[in-house]
Design a protein around this ligand. Structure first.
Ligand SMILES: C[S@@+](CC[C@H](N)C(=O)[O-])C[C@H]1O[C@@H](n2cnc3c(N)ncnc32)[C@H](O)[C@@H]1O
Length: 361
C-alpha cells in the first residue's frame, strides 16, 4: 500500500479516501486482505492526482476518468495540453512581471492597466467598441501609405483593426487578433484572420507587401512582428512612432504640458532605428493634417477642445494605458488652460499650420 501511494505520489490516507469514495478502487485483495492494485488501477491512480494538481474537483475528475471514450493515451494528451496551457499562462505572467519590474526600475509610474497586463489584443477587446466613433481613414495619410505600397497587387494588413487604411484596388488579406475589432469590420471588407503579428500563419513570401498602421506599439514583441512581416512579404510598409529624437516628448503640447505619462506607455517601445534595421527600411515623416479625419492621438493638435470629449479619448488607447488618474488630471488641466487662454498663449504658433510633424513615420 505504501509503495502504491509512493508510486502515485499521494499519501496512504489519500489512497484510502479515493477507495472510500469509489474514485480509485483496487481490483482485488491479497490473501491477507490488503488492497491489490492492477495495472489499470495504477493508470487511474496516476491520472487522478495529476488532474487534482491542475485544480479539478474530485467529482469532475470522477467524470473524466470514468469517460469510456478516453483511454490512458487520451488522458495523457489531455493532461499534456492542460499543462502546456498552464505553462504558457505562467510564461505570460513572468513576462508581465519582468516588464513591470523594468518599468519600476526606471522610476516610471505603473498604471493599473499595466498591472492587469491589459496590452495588445486584450486591450482592444476591452476598449475596441469605442474605436469607430472617431477612427476612420484620413485621405492624406492613406495616400502616403498607398503610395508606399508601390505596384503591389497582394497586400497583407497586420493589426488591421476595422481596416481604415486597406486599399480598395488590391487583393487584401487582414490579420487582427482582437475579436472585438474583427467584429467591427464593415461588411464586404477583406477576409480577416485571427493571429498576432509575431506569428503570422503564412508561408515565406506569400504577399507582395505587408502593411501595419498604428499598431506596432501594441505588439508584445515589435521586432519579432516586423521580422514576420518581412518573412511573409517582399516589401514592408509600416506607420509607427518615432521616439529616437531627443526630447520627443516635447514635440506635442499634449504630452509636454498635460500628459507626461505618455513616456511610460512607450517605455518598452524599440527605437525607430532598431525597427527600421529589422526590416531594412527607411523612415519618412507622416505629417498629421490640422483637420485629420482619423481620431488618432495626435489628430487634434490644432483642435485642443476635442481632447475634453470622452468619446474622442475612448478611441485612443493612450488614455486607458495611462490610467484614470492621469487622464482626469490632464483633462482638467487642459480644460482650465483653454478657458483661461493659457493654452492659446503657449501654442499660438500652431494656428497658422496646416500639418504638423508630431512623431508618426
Ligand atoms: C490603433 S489600432 C489600429 C488599427 C488599424 N491598423 C487602423 O489603422 O485603424 C491597433 C490594432 O492593433 C491590434 N493589435 C494589438 N496587438 C497586436 C499584435 N500582437 N499583432 C497584431 N495586431 C495587434 C489591436 O487589436 C488593434 O486592432
Amino acid at each position: 500500500m505504501g509503495r502504491v501511494a509512493e508510486l502515485a505520489g499521494v499519501s496512504v490516507r489519500t489512497l484510502h479516501h479515493y477507495d472510500a469514495i469509489g474514485l480509485v478502487q483496487p481490483s482485488g485483495r491479497t490473501a491477507a486482505g490488503y488492497r491489490a492494485y492492477a495495472a489499470g488501477d495504477m493508470e487511474r491512480l496516476r491520472e487522478v492526482p495529476a488532474y487534482r494538481r491542475l485544480g479539478f474537483g474530485l467529482r469532475e475528475i470522477a467524470e473524466l476518468v470514468d469517460d469510456p471514450s478516453a483511454d490512458a493515451v487520451a488522458h495523457l494528451h489531455r493532461l499534456r495540453g492542460l499543462l502546456l496551457e498552464r505553462r504558457d499562462r505562467a510564461d505570460e505572467m513572468v513576462t508581465a512581471i519582468d516588464r513591470e519590474l523594468s518599468t519600476r526600475a526606471k522610476g516610471l509610474e505603473v498604471t493599473p492597466e499595466e498591472q492587469l497586463n491589459l496590452l495588445g489584443a486584450r486591450l482592444y477587446d476591452t476598449i475596441g467598441d469605442a474605436y469607430t466613433a472617431t477612427r476612420r481613414t484620413d485621405p492624406r495619410i492613406a495616400a502616403q501609405i498607398w503610395d508606399a505600397l508601390g505596384d503591389a497587387r497582394t497586400v497583407l494588413n497586420v493589426g488591421a483593426g476595422t481596416g481604415s487604411y486597406e486599399p480598395a484596388d488590391r487583393r487584401v488579406t487582414a490579420v487582427e487578433p482582437s475579436a472585438v475589432m474583427r467584429g467591427q469590420r464593415p461588411p464586404g471588407s477583406a477576409p480577416c484572420i485571427d493571429a498576432p503579428a509575431e506569428c503570422l500563419p503564412f508561408a515565406d513570401r506569400s504577399f507582395d507587401v505587408a502593411m501595419a498602421v498604428s499598431t506596432v506599439h501594441h505588439w508584445g514583441d515589435p521586432i519579432a512582428g516586423l521580422r514576420e512581416m518581412r518573412r511573409v512579404a517582399r516589401r514592408v510598409v509600416v506607420l509607427t512612432f518615432d521616439t529616437d529624437e531627443p526630447g520627443w516628448q516635447d514635440r506635442f503640447w499634449l504630452t509636454r504640458d498635460y500628459l507626461p505619462e505618455f513616456t511610460g506607455v512607450l517605455a518598452e517601445f524599440p527605437s525607430l532605428a532598431g525597427m527600421a534595421d529589422a526590416i531594412g527600411a527607411r523612415a519618412d515623416p507622416v505629417p498629421v493634417p490640422w483637420d485629420c479625419a482619423d481620431g488618432l492621438f495626435e489628430a487634434y493638435w490644432r483642435r485642443p477642445g476635442a481632447y475634453l470629449e470622452e468619446r474622442v479619448r475612448r478611441a485612443m488607447s493612450v488614455w486607458t494605458r495611462v490610467g484614470p488618474e492621469a487622464e482626469g488630471r490632464a483633462v482638467r488641466s487642459l480644460g482650465d488652460d483653454l478657458a483661461s487662454g493659457r493654452w492659446a498663449e503657449r501654442n499660438g504658433d500652431l494656428a497658422g499650420l496646416d500639418a504638423a510633424d508630431l512623431g508618426p513615420v
